[in-house]
Write a protein of this length. Structure first.
Lengths: 453, 313, 298
């Protein structure tokens, strides 16, 4: 059981001194007077220390506000978090607030407490939110959930620079140094270069470890590649845009060519397989947040010393980074809405956000562009600066990509859980279909989703 | 109650007839008592099996948000989707192959066990039943780790005899084989135990008679063992067909349906669609497809069991 | 048998006996060879789980060397698991659930089996068949409507919801084999008891339960293993770690995607599998009796 309680006795003992410090926290909680318990279901962090810091922060806030904070950590392995969200939505009971991945706030919008007040204050303080997060969290003009710090991740390329240099002749660290500038050759870092490198590393026995299954790493990465080719499967109104879509076809063709240089079982890889491929030293590149590197640092230091995170290669329509945001949402059936809002506002503020990011080895990406300068990204190592380019920086010229956008949320969430974008590629490469057949299949699936409502 | 009645008639003394009266009262009251005693069982059967089954049919006619009646839309959409047909194929392929292999392997092992001296049998039987005893979800976890693409210990063994690396869970045919392997591994011991019990019940004289008639070992198997075991074989096979067809945990732990949904069986697909993607009516529709096949199997099991009971009487 | 007949047949018999002995020896060798191979294959996965559970993460991540051997065995994974409050909670939940379900099951099925075996009443035959048919219904057929029903009762994500639905897995089979055991008790016994003025409950407790004890033990073991190993219902109905039993807890919570905890996963899986294995080791004969009694699921 991963519960953490601040017992009433503790609170009493800490007494009035703590009360004085409350002013920072959440203005609305005062009306509540004492007590109450908030039950939180946070995403079970993949960086070992990631859960600890949330626990710590909640404890601090709870003591200041005399609210008991119970925490469960809910893993996304085996889609446990989706199950939890579905079950609580079904029974209208459970936690007061939960972590919602990508499309879930939109699909559960009618069951979520609007948080425009909190978002208003935060935006006033820290500036605009990343557009992708706003797109997913602000439904019909209302913020239904707060873009979370803990758990929100990018999936740029984590490169073994030694192998890349040796087998593909690319000095990735020179291209993307740990500074706010592009190095020489960064303009050649596009999908064509990437394909050649993939071929060479594959020939050398260190294929790129890019999952092509139905889990988030695969769907997000392929989504970003599609986006950089300008390839979209469904428009804002829910109409499939497959037929006669030359860009989509080019993107699928590209993926088909690329897949031939990936390990032959990527079709079944889960979110951990690419990490294992990197940690075992058998892969020259994966698309992942720094957790793979962090685990390698613990279990296989000789691998982690040769890792360098760089932005995604660019495509004809620009550079897109796979983005998997988490949102903190408050159920409308919660009885602790003001307190929950207070807690979430506290967690979103810069000092607390920085502590989350720092403890998670730089894994967590705060939703505000103004926060992409935390020092952890520059100092983390060895090699120092390895995750400097992990968050989105101005000189990357990149945008965040959300797989299945711009489809309406209720359709996008289905296409996302069914991993339609990786499957269309898999049908060609593994299933031996022609691209036309696969695209016909894709269109039929999308139409079915639309018909099913 | 014939015995009771005759007792009372023979007695005829006041005391005896008094007892007979109380027994008659018993007889009258006992059907009420019996009914009360079976009430909890009835509640389970009606409340948690029959009612949900009817409810499933109702659910399958609703739309995704369960706000309105959608008729047969869920079934139409399923029929139109490739994935569904792949699931249907995989369910049948998996169940039939796995059950056949389990039955053959179980039969072979039971035979082998039967051949060795009695005192060694217990030890071997104890060892061979272990896969059946471990909860399947947990042992499948061990298999999953053995199939891991980067760290597969099976591939390591294969590499010794210079077999190239097998993408166990990466290619759909290999993944299907892997699922069948795990299922056979878990289920074969059960068949072995059942067949061993049946083999032991074949009277030794039959074999002696056959040996005197000069029957070869194949002939003995064909004309003595198999006919004697026919019933138990059909019961176990049908049973296993039901359970294997409805299997969920192996697929859930090993492949989660991947790659490309080609290893989904009805149960795991129903779970994926109904609970994970939140489309309860569609999920209910998927699981309803299991029903006819299971009903046919159940019918034959019931027939074999009744026949077996009659034989034993 | 006359001497001449014996003489005439003798060579043939001797010859046949000789080939029979050779055939026997050959058969014995085949038997031992097949059983040996089967034992290796059957025991390899648990063995490999054990080996993995004794390794450090570093050693597991190390690709050189034989994965089937452990170089520096460590108990740190077991230590981490045993002192992990989450795992302790899984264990506790499993114990609560299993104990309640076994108790419920045995009470329900002994009562019902007694009534069905001994007191014929209107519809009893139909009910007995119904019990058997219910037993044939797999859990995966009904988990979606049950999800709605359990949710409607407010019991989703609660061990009580599981305690409510698990009896559908255990009661039918236990009732079925108890009917068999009770029916095999000679009728004379209960008649004698009735004449001595015993009531039905007394008869059940004083005669039926003691006489059918082996059957009751076998049924209890069955109920125990089924509710300990149940997977579909907890996967569907329970979502937070504090309400999870071991099976789903180990599978969903210990498998942490990006981090590398295979040693702990295997240690957890083995510890979770221990209770049924221990019961099996000590009560193998009852276990097998239960298996063969009613042609269980396989």
């Amino acid at each position: 059981m991963s519960k953490h309680g601040i017992t009433r006795r503790n609170v009493m003992r800490n007494g009035a001194g703590v009360l004085a410090a409350t002013a920072v926290g959440a203005p609305m909680v005062h009306a509540q007077g004492t007590g109450g318990t908030i039950r939180c279901g946070f995403w079970d962090h993949w960086v070992p220390a990631g859960n600890g810091i949330l626990r710590e922060l909640c404890a601090e806030w709870g003591q200041r506000n005399r609210v008991e904070v119970n925490i469960d950590f809910i893993t996304s392995v085996g889609n446990q978090n989706l199950l939890t969200i579905a079950a609580q939505a079904q029974s209208r009971s459970g936690h007061d607030l939960l972590s919602f991945p990508t499309w879930e706030p939109a699909s559960k919008a009618e069951l979520l407490e609007p948080v425009d007040d909190v978002m208003g204050r935060l935006i006033q303080k820290y500036g605009a939110v990343t557009p992708a997060a706003e797109y997913l969290g602000k439904i019909r003009g209302k913020w239904v959930a707060i873009p979370a710090v803990s758990g929100t991740q990018m999936k740029p390329a984590c490169v073994r620079f030694d192998l890349m240099q040796q087998h593909a002749g690319i000095d990735i660290r020179a291209m993307w140094p740990a500074e706010n500038r592009q190095g020489p050759g960064a303009d050649t870092w596009n999908w064509n270069t990437f394909l050649t490198a993939a071929e060479k590393c594959h020939a050398a026995g260190f294929p790129f470890g890019m999952p092509m299954g139905s889990f988030t790493d695969a769907v997000d990465t392929v989504g970003a590649i599609f986006a950089s080719f300008g390839a979209f499967m469904m428009d804002e109104r829910g109409n499939p845009t497959v037929r006669g879509n030359a860009k989509l076809r080019t993107a699928v063709e590209y993926m088909v060519r690329l897949s031939r240089f990936l390990p032959n079982d990527v079709w079944a890889w889960d979110d951990a397989s690419n990490n294992r491929a990197l940690i075992s030293g058998r892969s020259a590149l994966i698309f992942n947040p720094p957790s793979a590197w962090a685990v390698a640092k613990r279990d296989a230091p000789q691998v982690s010393q040769n890792c360098w995170t760089v932005p995604m290669p660019a495509g004809p329509e620009g550079r897109f980074v796979p983005y998997l945001p988490y949102f903190w949402g408050i159920w409308s059936f919660s009885r602790q809405k003001p307190a929950a809002k207070g807690l979430l506002e506290f967690l979103s503020e810069r000092p607390q956000a920085e502590r989350q990011t720092t403890t998670s080895n730089g894994y967590d990406i705060p939703p505000f562009a103004s926060m992409s300068d935390f020092s952890i990204w520059a100092t983390e190592g060895p090699p120092t600066g390895t995750v400097f380019n992990y968050p989105l920086k101005a000189h990357h010229n990149a945008r965040t990509s959300v797989a299945m956008a711009p489809a309406p949320a209720e359709f996008a969430v289905q296409a996302y859980t069914q991993a339609l974008n990786t499957k269309v590629v898999a049908r060609v490469v593994q299933g031996g279909e022609t691209i036309d057949q696969a695209l016909t299949w894709l269109e039929r699936e999308l139409t079915n989703i639309r018909r099913g409502g | 109650m014939a015995a009771d009645g005759s007792l009372a008639m023979n007695g005829g003394t006041g005391m005896r007839s008094g007892r007979a009266n109380s027994m008659q009262r018993f007889a009258r009251r006992r059907s009420t008592i019996a009914f009360v005693m079976t009430l909890p069982l009835l509640a389970i059967i009606v409340g948690l099996v029959a009612y949900p089954a009817a409810y499933a049919i109702y659910l399958s006619t609703l739309n995704r948000r369960m706000t309105e009646f959608a008729g047969t839309l869920n079934f139409e959409l399923l029929f139109e989707s490739d994935t569904f047909w792949a699931v249907a194929f995989q369910s049948c392929f998996f169940a039939i192959t796995a059950v056949l292999l389990k039955a053959l392997l179980g039969f072979w092992l039971a035979h082998m066990l039967h051949h060795i001296p009695d005192k060694g049998q217990r030890k071997w039987r104890g060892m061979l039943l272990v896969p059946w005893v471990i909860p399947p979800a947990l042992s499948t976890l061990g298999w999953w780790w053995m199939f891991d693409p980067s760290y597969s210990s099976i591939n390591w063994l294969l590499a010794i005899v210079s077999v190239p690396e097998v993408p166990w869970l990466g290619h759909h045919w290999w993944a299907r084989i892997a699922i069948i392997m795990v299922n056979v591994w878990i289920g074969a011991p059960f068949f072995m135990i059942m067949y061993l019990a049946a083999l032991k019940s074949v009277p030794e004289q039959l074999y002696e008679a056959a040996a005197i008639d000069g029957a070869s070992s194949w002939q003995r198997l064909r004309y003595v063992t198999l006919p004697m075991m026919a019933n138990i074989i059909s019961i176990t096979v049908l049973f296993s067909l039901i359970v294997t067809f409805a299997n969920y945990d192996i697929v859930r732990v090993l492949t989660n349906g991947g790659p490309r949904d080609l290893t989904h069986v009805f149960a795991s697909y129903a779970f994926q669609v109904g609970i994970l993607s939140g489309n309860i009516p569609r999920g209910a529709a998927v699981s309803l497809f299991m029903f006819p096949i299971l009903a046919i199997c159940a019918f034959f099991v019931l027939r074999s069991v009744t026949r077996r009971n009659k034989e034993q009487m | 048998m006359s001497a001449t007949a014996a003489n005439r047949d003798a060579p043939g018999i001797y010859h046949k006996a000789g080939s029979l002995r050779a055939e026997r020896r050959w058969a014995l060798w085949t038997a031992y060879a097949s059983l040996g191979v089967a034992a290796i294959i059957f025991l390899a996965p648990p063995f490999y789980m054990l080996i993995t559970s004794l390794k450090t993460s570093g050693e597991i991540a190390n690709m050189t060397g034989n994965p089937w051997l452990v170089r520096d065995p460590t108990l740190e994974n077991y230590e981490a698991i045993v002192f992990n409050p989450m795992f302790q909670r899984f264990m506790l939940n499993s114990i609560i659930i299993t104990a309640s379900v076994v108790a419920l099951t045995m009470v329900i099925s002994i009562l019902a089996a007694f009534a069905l075996a001994r007191m014929r009443f209107w519809g009893s035959q139909v009910l007995a068949t119904g019990v058997f048919l219910t037993y044939l219904v797999p859990d995966t057929l009904l988990f979606i409507p049950l999800y709605q029903i359990v949710g409607g009762l407010g019991l989703l994500n609660s061990i009580w919801g599981l305690i409510l639905v698990y009896p559908t897995l255990t009661v039918p089979f236990c009732t079925w084999i108890m009917i068999g055991y009770f029916a095999s008790i000679p009728k004379e016994l209960d008649e004698a008891a009735l004449i001595d003025g015993a009531s039905w409950p007394q008869m059940l407790i004083k005669i039926f339960i003691p006489v059918a004890l082996p059957g009751i033990i076998a049924a209890t073991i069955f109920a125990f293993t089924v509710s300990w190993a149940a997977f579909v219902y907890p996967t569907a109905f329970v979502t937070t770690p504090d309400q999870m039993p071991l099976t789903i807890g180990v599978v969903s919570q210990l498998v942490r995607a990006d981090t590398f905890a295979w040693g702990q996963i295997m240690a957890g899986a083995l510890m979770a599998a221990l209770p049924p294995v221990v019961i099996y080791a000590f009560l193998m004969d009852y276990y097998i009796a239960g298996l063969t009694a009613g042609a269980t699921k396989g």
